[in-house]
Design a protein around this ligand. Structure first.
Ligand code: 4AD
Ligand code: MG
Length: 483
């Protein structure tokens, strides 16, 4: 057995000395032909390996370069250096893999995030991305733990689908038909998808919600956690073409239950990371503080990362209606001084500048907005009763987070068959093709609600990373699909 190693994190945590251990990892730095900073990805803290003068021949010394991989066996001794309690006095050092110092793109210095995005295959080896992806892992694990503790069933909804859940039409087509124009056409001259692999037109899913609802109508509470795809041409710091979404769906929940669940869930995830990833969060906090210093005073955030996370777990989210939100915007100095690029009036789909004003300037905390105009929200959202004609609203909720904007989108669902069918007709959604969905309303329909949390936006929030491309290992964005 080759792998009888102890992880660097574990070794650094124990204060025991005098025993012999083996470690393996990659060289971060090598100083004075004696001191190797070794990292194995378990923590940002490197293990100091001391190669006593004379232990290594000249050829080996030359090959201990940044990025090279080593197997070291040695004695754990108390460290005189600051920052660590123990270090490893090497008995043997074996070079596992060389790394040409001239060609290795990661030098022991600060690289820009933009540059590191181009070498995303190596950026895991930096402190920033080490921390980000350990935090991402923890949050993913916490998602499952949260729902498992509550007795939700994890439902795997399909990736390939023939329905457009959001009705937004921003889908990637899935087909095996030829793209050279030779695909069979029907009488009207359109491509005949009967000839396609599935015998119909199919896409990558934009959301698992509709299938999730089917599960909730049997298990009472389910959640999905999987990749979703949107062909929206948004080149922003908050949009990906492939992102991960968590979608709980709960029978017997109304919109208020839904808000309570979402708030509890977000706070749980943050607490989990604070409990299990404090070392990484401290690193990211310091990184963000550095980044903030580059900004003009007025644009700097008032709180540090950890301070902000604590604040969000310790305080309730603000809850307001869409109508109230619009009024706040209309009354704002920003609106009066014409600082908004987009106009404000009842009925608009709020732009990110409006959402940011509400959370960052006005409330300074996460805000849950409910009761959006029916016209700007998806067909499945429940119509609110007793609305003024022309001012129909739905039981929708969006959660807006400081620095992120929309982090959650959800609603109570329209459980009344006739109302749902009427909404589908308004949106020109073929009712016959969605018969399977409508069956839930035909056979034992119940009030139910759910939401979708954008996982990357959540990781952004917890890690303080400004660009969504830096919280997913390999980002897919318009004109970019490397690796
Ligand atoms: O608001 P959305 O479109 O809602 C749905 O898809 C519903 N079916 C959810 C549900 O009720 N089950 O998306 C939900 C969340 C957004 O709030 C946002 O956090 C994230 O998904 N999201 C994106 N994240 C990254 N890149 C994109 N292009 C995203 N689009 C949405
Ligand atoms: Mg939304």
């Amino acid at each position: 057995m080759f792998n009888k190693r102890i992880k660097v994190k574990e070794l650094l945590q124990s204060e025991q000395t005098g025993h012999v251990v083996t470690v393996m990892g990659w060289v971060r730095t090598f100083r004075n032909n004696q001191f190797i900073a070794l990292n194995d990805g378990s923590t940002n803290n490197n293990l100091q390996v001391v190669a006593t003068l004379g232990l290594l021949d000249d050829a080996t010394l030359k090959n201990i370069t940044t990025g090279a991989s080593l197997k070291v066996t040695g004695e754990v001794v108390a460290s005189l250096g600051k920052g660590q309690k123990v270090e490893l006095k090497a008995n043997t050092i074996e070079l596992l893999g060389l790394s040409d110092a001239e060609k290795y793109p990661l030098q022991p210095k600060k690289h820009s995030l933009e540059f590191l995005r181009e070498i995303a295959h190596l950026r895991f080896r930096t402190n920033t991305f080490g921390s980000v992806f350990r935090v991402r892992h923890s949050l993913a694990f916490a998602v499952h733990q949260f729902f498992n503790e509550k007795g939700f069933v994890y439902l795997h909804t399909p990736i390939i689908t023939s329905s457009d859940a959001e009705g937004a039409g921003e889908m990637f087509r899935v087909t095996t038909l030829p793209v050279d124009g030779s695909a069979a056409k029907n009488e009207s001259g359109e491509i005949d998808f009967k000839e396609d692999f599935f015998g119909k037109s199919t896409n990558l899913t934009v959301s698992g919600q509709l299938e999730g609802e089917l599960g909730a109508m049997a298990f009472s509470e389910i959640y999905t956690f999987g990749p979703t795809f949107r062909a929206e041409n948004s080149n922003t710091a908050r949009h990906l073409a492939e992102f991960w979404m968590i979608e709980p769906e709960v029978a017997f929940n109304d919109i208020e239950d839904n808000m309570n669940l979402a708030e509890e869930f977000i706070q749980y995830l943050i607490r989990y990371a604070m409990k299990h990833n404090m070392e990484d969060l401290e690193f990211l906090d310091a990184r963000l503080a550095e980044e903030e210093k580059q900004k003009p005073q007025a644009e700097r955030s008032e709180m540090g990362l950890i301070e902000k996370l604590k604040f969000v777990t310790d305080n309730q989210f603000e809850r307001i209606t869409y109508t109230e939100a619009i009024q706040i915007l209309l009354d704002s100095p920003a609106y009066k001084k014409k600082k908004f690029k987009y106009d404000v009036s009842w009925g608009i789909d709020m732009q990110s500048e409006h959402e940011r004003y509400l959370v960052e300037k006005h409330f300074k905390k996460p805000v849950i907005v409910t009761g959006y105009p029916a016209a700007i929200k998806a067909f499945y959202m429940r119509m609110n009763d007793g609305c003024e004609p022309g001012k129909e609203t739905v039981a929708a909720m969006d959660i807006l987070a400081p620095g992120i904007g929309e982090i959650v989108g959800g609603s109570q669902r329209e459980e009344r068959l006739e109302k749902l069918e009427a909404r589908m007709k308004d949106f020109h959604i073929p009712v016959e093709e969605m018969s399977w969905y409508l069956d839930t309303r035909r056979f034992g329909s119940v009030p139910h609600a759910g939401f979708g949390l954008g996982f990357e936006r959540m990781v952004q929030f917890v890690s303080g990373m400004t660009n969504i491309r830096d919280v997913i290992p390999f980002a897919r964005t318009p004109k970019n699909c490397e690796f």
